[in-house]
Design a protein around this ligand. Structure first.
Ligand code: C2O
Length: 572
């Protein structure tokens, strides 16, 4: 009897283990991404846009924390392409990170490459985008990371969730737009529209038929996963009559707080909850520019989608739907609104911020102007007063290699591709946010990396400059999440500003908007070996050289060492 009972029990335990394993064990998701030219109609025009699988936005990837992704990218377009999984930590899998000439050579037309990586310790919203020229204008999509099966959200489970991807649209091929700017030295043409889930919305011509509709039920809680995928514009975001409870950003949870307005720099994501607590009706969801640079041309238009309660009766045949309510929106240059939002961000849990640092770095970020080289014609110097636009970090304007990726050059010890003398401090000290002497407006060029020992604790003061114009720069670091321990205006002053450091619950992000004519301080531990680019996520500024890269050395043993490159890694 006891023997039978025992074997019965054993069988039960076995079954239970099987059930647990099958639900909680990580899965691998396989996808095919075909990059191809697709006719896309927007704003009364049809443009042959480069898309993934003919979709704009591209496919949404939905995974659980711990899952693996295997994505075969086939390039059927006429341009070189790479795909970057923005915000994914890529622990030891730098080969799958994607920035062109940084971690891989481009996938040439007709070729393919398979990205293999795992999502570890990140939950919330990330995204993916092309990382070559300006292709990400139409090559982007959401990457949604749910908690592991059986693990709850740290907030009541929403009844519904919707990715909201803010984009930017040109009536021309965006690659020709940036090529023209590179040729002329002038700023590139601004976009023709912003979009929500690929659609400009009711406030643009020929668009209201296709405005994105987001459904809502009375009494429900709805999680909006907001992503700023715009190329060159920071954006304010709000929903008429609905208050946001902010719960996460860049796939890290935040202490919940309420606001009716958020701001996202390109690259950033924010998860907000809204409740179906308003009279059933139609409410505008809006995105409009936050523009901090003085006297700079920008696309000053507003994109809309409609939050539509499903209980609103359809209008009688032939009658139009009711006009949605518009939310109040701040002025385009309302920096106070931005500061008031960013100052509320706190990590949900106690943060593991390194209390001491091994590397105490200061990087200036900003624009510049090159005087016209003697062998250039007037047409090639159409920047302000016959100059060419440039940008730099610590006075180095970053140049990508073209014959090897930085990571391959590092791995194989190829000489002459990069140097590791990126300065730890600004080479010249000056009043960064004051009236800067013209002699400091022209940076050097170089492919300079900064070398970090495995496991070193790193602090970077990212200091904006007022050269040409101060501007809020959304600075993105690949391969890492970092804590934003403080930010402020003017020049960072270590004596005064260390008192503002939050080492208890600072927000953890992968992209930090540096306040206009101000600074931010970030900290991270260099626990991911490889070559990781840090750059402004305004694509126009990358083209001008607003980037640098960290070379993080291998540590000890397999788990602290970059994996071997995959066999299909493209060569240049
Ligand atoms: Cu989202 Cu280097 O980019």
């Amino acid at each position: 009897m006891t023997k039978i009972m025992a074997s019965y029990l054993l069988g039960l335990v076995f079954l239970l283990a099987l059930v647990l394993l099958s639900t909680a064990s990580p899965k691998t998701h396989y996808h095919d991404f075909v990059v191809q030219a697709t006719p896309v109609k927007r704003l009364c025009n049809t443009v042959n846009a480069i898309t993934v699988n003919g979709q704009l936005p591209g496919p949404t990837l939905v995974v659980n924390e711990g899952d693996g992704l295997v994505i075969n990218v086939v390039n059927r377009a006429k341009y070189n392409v790479t795909i970057h999984w923005h915000g994914v930590r890529q622990m030891r899998t730098g080969w799958a990170d994607g920035p062109e000439f940084v971690t891989q050579c481009p996938i040439r037309p007709g070729e393919s490459y398979t990205y293999r990586f795992t999502i570890q310790g990140q939950e919330g919203t990330l995204w993916w985008h092309a990382h070559s020229s300006w292709l990400r204008a139409s090559v982007y999509g959401a990457l949604i990371i749910h908690p592991r099966e059986g693990t709850p959200y740290p907030f009541p489970k929403p009844d519904r969730e919707t990715p909201i991807i803010l984009g930017e649209w040109w009536n021309r091929d965006p690659v020709t737009v940036i090529r023209q700017a590179t040729r002329t030295g002038a700023a590139p043409n601004v976009s023709d529209a912003y979009t929500i889930n690929g659609q400009p919305g009711d406030l643009y011509k020929c668009s209201s038929q296709d405005t994105t509709i987001v459904p809502m039920d009375v009494g429900e809680t709805h999680l909006l996963r907001v992503i700023n995928a715009a190329l060159n514009q920071e954006l304010f975001f709000s929903v008429a009559n609905h208050i946001f409870t902010v719960v996460g950003a860049d796939a890290s949870y935040l202490k919940p707080f309420t606001t009716n307005l958020i701001m996202l720099g390109p690259g950033q994501t924010t998860d907000v909850l809204i409740s179906g607590d308003q009279p059933p009706g139609r409410y505008y969801i809006t995105g409009k520019p936050y523009q901090s640079a003085q006297n700079a041309a920008f696309d000053n238009t507003t994109t809309t989608a409609v939050l539509e309660y499903r209980s609103v009766p359809c209008p009688a045949k032939g009658l139009p739907k009711s006009t949605p309510v518009l939310p109040p929106m701040p002025a385009f240059n309302d920096t106070n609104a931005v500061t008031s939002f960013t100052s509320k961000l706190r990590s949900l849990r106690r943060a593991e911020v390194p209390a001491d640092v091994d590397e105490d770095l200061v990087f200036t970020v900003g624009l510049g102007l090159n005087t016209c080289p003697p062998n250039f014609s007037k047409n090639q110097c159409q920047g302000p007063n016959g100059t060419r636009f440039t940008a730099s970090m610590n006075n180095v304007s970053f140049i990508l290699p073209s014959n090897w990726s930085l990571l391959q050059a590092h791995r194989y010890g190829i000489p002459g591709v990069f140097t590791t003398d990126f300065p730890a401090k600004p080479p010249v000290k000056f009043d960064y946010t004051g009236n800067v002497s013209r002699s400091l407006w022209q940076p050097l060029t170089g492919t300079k990396l900064y070398r970090l020992k495995y496991g070193s604790r790193v602090q970077v003061v990212i200091q904006g400059t007022s050269i040409v114009t101060g501007e809020n720069h959304p600075m993105h670091l690949h391969g890492y999440d970092f804590y934003i321990v403080a930010e402020g205006f003017g020049n960072f002053d270590p004596k005064v500003d260390v008192k503002k450091f939050n080492l208890v619950d600072p927000p953890m992000r992968n992209t930090v908007p540096i306040p206009v004519n101000g600074w931010a301080v970030i900290r991270f531990v260099a626990d991911n070996p490889g070559v990781w680019i840090m750059h402004c996520h305004l694509d126009v500024h990358i083209a001008w050289g607003l980037a640098m890269a960290f070379l993080v050395e291998d540590g000890v043993g397999e788990y602290e060492t970059l994996q071997a490159p995959p066999e299909d890694l493209p060569l240049c």
